[in-house]
Design a protein around this ligand. Structure first.
Ligand code: USQ
Length: 493
């Protein structure tokens, strides 16, 4: 970035830096705002854990652009050697984020219970891109990127093991990806619904208590999901978590301000229910204990490409396509590659927010570089595009046909889910750009082309063929598991 263009976090101060510790009298019962006023009037002092020689000082006095501990990167100023702990480091998102952060000089640590590998096995699927054991991947990261990643095989729900590890690392930022992510899986039966809710709800609760006791200054970046909001049929915009200041409720001839209140949630599966609970857990923890968090309402992710992953195939992130663990764009490309009809549910008019893997990783690094204030709970809607399922199917079909010599077919199937098919969908997603200087570096069509290029390779195509039956949707929200009726077969022109 040119010298003249300021970084998004230039003027942040030690007040929000995770490398400082509060000293003196801090009233932790106070809400973040009250404490902020104290700081502004000079009543609060901090000590820099990296420069204890400076002694105690006013946290508002030093800005990131004047602090030698902050280094310029393409994502903003980044606390050099920042200790970032990734929960769920072996997953589709955790692994590429680990590579990116480690390449930027962060000290990356992570835990994983390897559950995702077992759950994909349970479905009879496999990652389409081969992924070796987590230990071999870490060796490959050292060999090809020259980075060190500190890993422990720990379940977030194993309190003793997790507390020991977090105490040892004392992270400055914690990324919470350690959740079961599939809406379909959570709707299969009681066992899987309970497993999803238990893992996600209790895991997040374990995290906030651990952070309170061992890493209270760390910024917690919690993955929520756009599906927490649902798709209100009134067309009410999906604000970034909280109502804006000028929102009002009119009722019975009277008017009340809604500004700053959490917006309504209307989840669309028991998985999404677990994420709503996560939102409240983090929100409350910030309120009670002055923890700080960005709660990221992420759209549907797709793609398999980041600059770090591209360095060598041994660095692949996992790429799942079965009906439980694959997301729609990834599934459609894989289906087109093996000549299987793309499984479009209902009339295909359902709209969701989408973002490429590469853009999602960029957003995460920017948020890590620009942490919230103590006590601050802030929601970020992390999407770049809104697409209907039909648009996705048509685009994949067009690119597959015109550029890769395939003959893709779209099958309109009875919808196994309970979801609105025709609905307005207005998503407010301004913060990424306005607050974190995010600019998308990828786009839908190019990412689809990149996926075709990778998945058309004969060995990868064989891996898709080998799990063809897992691509067929049979999980219905009703609890039945049986194939879906074909409503229409569309051969794109
Ligand atoms: N869909 C099809 N055909 C398929 C698969 C999906 O038409 O073969 C449709 C679904 O009905 C839905 C849309 O595509 O309307 C997206 O479905 P998905 O399976 O790609 O994504 P979803 O179940 O919503 O969940 C995924 C991730 C989840 C994340 C969520 C973001 O698995 O972890 O939280 O995307 S969001 O959808 O914004 O809640």
């Amino acid at each position: 970035m040119a010298d003249s263009v300021p970084f998004h976090n230039d003027k942040k101060t030690c007040w929000s830096c995770p490398a400082v510790e509060f000293k003196g009298h801090v009233d932790f019962r106070a809400c973040g705002q009250a404490a902020f006023r104290k700081a502004a009037s000079g009543q609060l002092v901090v000590e820099c854990k990296r420069r204890t020689d400076i002694g105690y000082f006013d946290p508002m006095g030093i800005t990131y652009d004047s602090c030698p501990e902050y280094k310029e990167t393409e994502y903003g100023r980044l606390l050099h050697g920042m200790k970032v702990m990734i929960l769920g480091i072996d997953g589709y998102l955790g692994w590429p984020l680990a590579l990116k952060l480690a390449s930027l000089g962060c000290q990356v640590s992570g835990i994983d219970n390897l559950l995702r590998r077992r759950l994909v096995d349970e479905k009879g699927g496999q990652s389409v891109l081969p992924v070796s054991s987590v230990y071999d991947r870490i060796k490959a990261a050292k060999e090809h990127l020259g980075v060190t990643i500190n890993f422990r095989e720990i379940d977030l729900l194993d309190r003793e093991a997790f507390l020991k590890y977090i105490d040892e690392i004392r992270p400055e930022s914690i990324i919470h990806y350690a959740e079961i992510l599939s809406a379909s899986y959570s709707m299969v039966d009681t066992d899987r619904a309970v497993k999803t809710i238990h893992n996600n709800v209790i895991g997040t609760l374990e995290l906030v208590f651990a952070a309170r006791d061992y890493a209270p200054e760390a910024s917690i970046i919690k993955l929520g999901t756009m599906g927490e909001y649902g798709s209100p049929l009134t067309g009410r915009p999906l604000f970034e978590g909280l109502f804006p200041g000028d929102a009002v409720l009119q009722y019975g001839g009277e008017e009340w301000s809604l500004g700053g209140e959490l917006t309504p949630r209307d989840p669309v599966s028991f998985y999404h229910v677990s994420k709503v609970q996560g939102t409240f857990t983090i929100y409350e923890a910030c309120k009670y204990w002055w923890l700080r968090s960005y709660d990221v309402m992420q759209g549907v992710i797709y793609g398999l490409n980041t600059p770090e992953l591209e360095v060598h195939p041994s660095l692949n992130t996992r790429f799942d396509i079965d009906e439980w663990w694959g997301t729609v764009v990834n599934r459609f490309v894989a289906q087109a590659v093996i000549g299987m009809p793309m499984t479009m549910y209902g009339n295909g008019n359902q709209i969701r927010g989408y973002i490429t893997l590469a853009d999602a990783m960029q957003c995460m690094v920017r948020m890590i570089a620009n942490p919230p204030e103590p006590g601050q709970y802030e929601v970020v809607n992390q999407v770049t595009d809104l697409f209907s399922v039909r648009h996705i199917a048509d685009t994949v079909a067009r690119i597959g046909k015109n550029e890769f010599g395939l003959d893709p077919v779209i099958q309109r199937l009875e919808n196994p889910r309970v979801e609105a098919e025709d609905h307005p969908y207005e998503v407010i997603h301004k913060k990424l750009e306005e607050k974190f200087q995010f600019a998308s570096g990828s786009n839908f069509e190019d990412e689809v082309r990149y996926m075709f290029n990778r998945l058309m390779k004969p060995d990868i195509r064989e891996r898709i063929e080998a799990q063809k039956k897992t691509l067929v949707p049979i999980t219905r929200w009703s609890g039945e598991t049986k194939p879906l009726a074909v409503l229409e077969t569309i051969i794109p022109g």
